[in-house]
Design a protein around this ligand. Structure first.
Ligand SMILES: Nc1nc2c(ncn2[C@@H]2O[C@H](COP(=O)(O)OP(=O)(O)O)[C@@H](O)[C@H]2O)c(=O)[nH]1
Ligand SMILES: [Mg+2]
Length: 363
């Protein structure tokens, strides 16, 4: 079997990685390529995997640990999807709060797995709003140590892809592009919108055709990195909701707005809150990537009796507080509308990153 192209799409929580994976996979399949995707999280019950599978894409998941701390879990998943899907290309999404991927994933892959994988340049996605603030030396409403992770992700990138350009004026994006090029002169700077498709082909071509991956290893202080992750409460849960011809669209809208209100009024900075509600035939996806203004809901479910709701929340507060807010808000939002039954529920603080490999030199 020939070598599989392996593309990593990093970037902070909510930057748009999963949306990009989805659109890139669709585009690549249209070109006749066989595509596999790998998602990653600290815990099971991952909205991203549910969502991508619903779109008919071949998805493997590494959950319970990030790729860096479970390198063999990553290569097992990659080997499986390479064999099952005869994949020409695999696109992998590391956890949004992870950094040091060049040292811990790209270099070991080049050294150990060169026969099977042709590793593409490391793409780091950046949302224009957060990026603008970080470039000014700000912290994009994040804890200083979480903002440190954001900067380190950019410092180790081969390609910085400024995303979501559909929602920003083009002059602003041009100026941002120049500023990013000045701050990170080693990286190729590209722009795209996964939603409108603009710039996607250009990014995919550049990434797919290049093999100069992991050209930099950033100096990362693991105490600051660990603390940047530890300030986040992490919750993954799945709940079955049962009622009678319930208007799920308005219920999900209420639920996400109520959650957002709680986080904002307590000044708990949101990394990313993502929900997917699924009936037999339809689904709704909700996202919150910061304050209430970032709230979006997509899709619709016709009134019916039962849905399955998966919730992933990464918010700057203790996991216990996060659990309380997510749970109580759900109970208040569903009151008199339906019953809830928990299928799976886990909340935690990510542990100190302890990578399987950590190369100090470029392979
Ligand atoms: N306007 C706009 N929103 C986007 C784009 N890509 C992603 N988003 C939104 O950003 C939020 C987070 O996206 P997601 O792909 O889940 O981010 P991830 O956490 O990096 O995987 C969602 O609300 C997406 O709809 C884009 O190109 N344009
Ligand atoms: Mg994602």
């Amino acid at each position: 079997m020939k070598r599989t192209k392996l593309i990593f799409v990093g970037g902070f929580l909510g930057a748009g990685k999963t949306t990009l994976l989805w659109k890139a996979a669709q585009q690549a399949m249209k070109q006749g390529l066989r595509v596999g995707l790998i998602t990653n999280d600290q815990a099971p019950e991952l909205v991203d995997s549910v969502l991508l599978s619903k779109e008919g894409l071949k998805v493997a998941e590494v959950s319970g640990s990030c790729f860096c701390c479970n390198f063999n879990g990553f290569t097992d998943a990659a080997q499986k999807i390479r064999a099952d899907a005869s994949a020409d290309v695999i696109i992998a999404e590391p956890v949004g709060s992870c950094t040091d991927l060049s040292a811990t994933i790209l270099q070991p892959l080049k050294k150990i797995w060169n026969r099977d994988y042709d590793v593409a340049p490391l793409t780091v996605l950046a949302d224009p709003e957060r990026l603008t603030d970080i470039l000014k030396g700000g912290r994009a409403e994040l804890h200083p140590d979480a903002a440190y992770i954001y900067r380190k992700q950019l410092e180790e990138s081969d390609i910085i892809l400024i995303t979501k350009i559909d929602s920003y004026p083009s002059e602003q994006i041009d100026k941002l592009k120049q500023d990013v090029a000045k701050a990170f002169p080693f990286a190729t700077i590209l722009t795209a919108s996964a939603l409108s498709g603009e710039g996607m082909e250009n990014w995919f071509k550049e990434t797919f055709n290049r093999s100069d991956s992991g050209k930099r290893i950033a100096t990362v202080d693991y105490d600051t990195y660990a603390n940047g992750e530890a300030v986040l409460g992490w919750l993954n849960g799945t709940v079955q909701l049962n009622g009678l011809k319930v208007d799920w669209n308005s219920l999900m809208d209420d639920y996400l707005h109520n959650l957002s209100k709680h986080f904002d009024s307590n000044n708990y900075s949101v990394g990313h809150v993502k929900i997917i509600a699924e009936s037999d035939k339809q689904y709704i996806v909700g996202n919150l990537t910061g304050k209430a203004s970032t709230l979006t809901l997509r899709g619709a479910i016709e009134p019916c009796d039962a849905i399955r709701l998966t919730i992933n929340a990464r918010v700057e507060t203790s996991p216990e507080t996060l659990d309380k807010i997510v749970n109580e808000t759900l109970n208040n939002s569903v009151k008199n509308r339906c019953d809830t039954k928990t299928v799976a529920w886990k909340y935690l603080t990510p542990g100190r990153p302890n990578p399987t490999h950590r190369f100090t030199e470029i392979v």
